[in-house]
Design a protein around this ligand. Structure first.
Ligand code: HEM
Length: 214
C-alpha cells in the first residue's frame, strides 16, 4: 500500500495519527488533574527537568498533528469533489452530527490549540511559587478567572467531544479493527471515552471560575 499517496494509505495515516493524538489528550488530562491535588507545579517542574523526553514527545506529537491536519483537509476536499458527503462513514453506519462535521470540529480544535499554546506555553510561566518553582498553577487559575476564556474552553472541549465520539470509532474501522460483533462495543466506548474527556477537561476551568479551586 502506498502510505502517503493512496486513499487507503492516507486514511490509515489519519487513523494512526488520530490515535496518537488521543493518547496525548488522555495523558494531558491525567497531568492536568494534579490541579485538584495541589501537585501541578511539582508535576510541571518534574516534566521540564526531562528535556530530552519532553522534546522527543513534542516532536512525535507535532508530526502526528501535522499528518492528521494535512490529510484531514485533503481527504475532505477529495471526498467533496467525488461525492457530497463521505467522511469515513460506511454503509453500515448512519451519518450523525459528529460524522458530518469532522472538518469543522477539527478546525475548531486546531484554532483552540493555537490559542491555548499562546495562552499557556509560548508566553512562558509568569511567576514563581513559594518554593521558587514556575507557578503553572497560578497561571492556570489566573487564566480561568475570566468568563469569556472559560466559555472558549468549554465550547472547544465540546468540539473535541464530537470530534472524538466519531473519530475514535472511525479510526478502528479504517484500521480494520472492527468485527461485526465488536462494533457496538467500540461505538459505545468511543462515546464514553469522549464524555469522560469532556467532563474532565471542562471541569477544570468551570471549578476554577466558580472558586472551588484556588
Ligand atoms: C482544562 C483544560 C486544559 C488545561 C487546564 C490545560 C493546561 C495546560 C498547561 C498548563 C500547559 C502548559 C504546561 C507547561 O508549560 O508546563 C498546556 C500545554 C498544552 N496543552 Fe493543555 N490544557 C487543557 C486542555 C487542552 C486540550 C483540550 C488540548 C488538546 C486538544 C491541550 C493541548 C496542549 C498542548 C499540545 C500543550 C503543549 C504541550 C507542551 O508544551 O509540550 N490542552 N496545557
Amino acid at each position: 500500500m502506498r502510505l502517503f499517496s493512496s486513499t487507503v494509505g492516507r486514511k490509515n495515516l489519519m487513523a494512526l495519527s488520530g490515535q496518537a493524538l488521543i493518547a496525548f489528550v488522555v495523558m494531558h488530562l491525567l497531568g492536568n488533574f494534579t490541579v485538584y491535588s495541589g501537585a501541578l507545579n511539582s508535576y510541571a517542574e518534574r516534566l521540564h527537568s526531562l528535556p530530552l523526553l519532553v522534546w522527543s514527545f513534542r516532536l512525535i506529537m507535532l508530526a502526528a498533528l501535522t499528518l492528521h491536519v494535512f490529510y484531514g483537509a485533503i481527504i475532505t476536499l477529495e471526498n467533496r469533489a467525488a461525492k457530497p458527503q463521505a467522511y469515513a462513514v460506511t454503509k453500515t453506519q448512519k451519518a450523525t452530527f459528529a460524522s458530518k462535521n469532522m472538518i469543522w470540529t477539527g478546525s475548531a480544535i486546531a484554532a483552540f490549540l493555537l490559542y491555548h499554546l499562546i495562552q499557556f506555553t509560548f508566553s512562558g510561566v509568569p511567576g514563581r511559587d513559594l518554593f521558587s518553582r514556575p507557578d503553572v498553577f497560578g497561571m492556570v487559575v489566573q487564566g480561568f478567572s475570566s468568563l469569556p476564556v472559560v466559555l472558549v474552553y468549554v465550547a472547544s472541549i465540546t468540539a473535541l467531544f464530537y470530534h472524538l465520539s466519531h473519530g475514535i470509532q472511525s479510526s478502528f474501522q479504517t484500521l480494520g479493527l472492527n468485527s461485526e460483533a465488536a462494533m457496538p462495543f467500540i461505538m459505545k466506548s468511543a462515546v464514553i471515552i469522549s464524555l469522560v474527556l469532556f467532563g474532565g477537561y471542562s471541569s477544570i476551568p468551570l471549578f476554577i471560575l466558580l472558586g472551588a479551586v484556588r
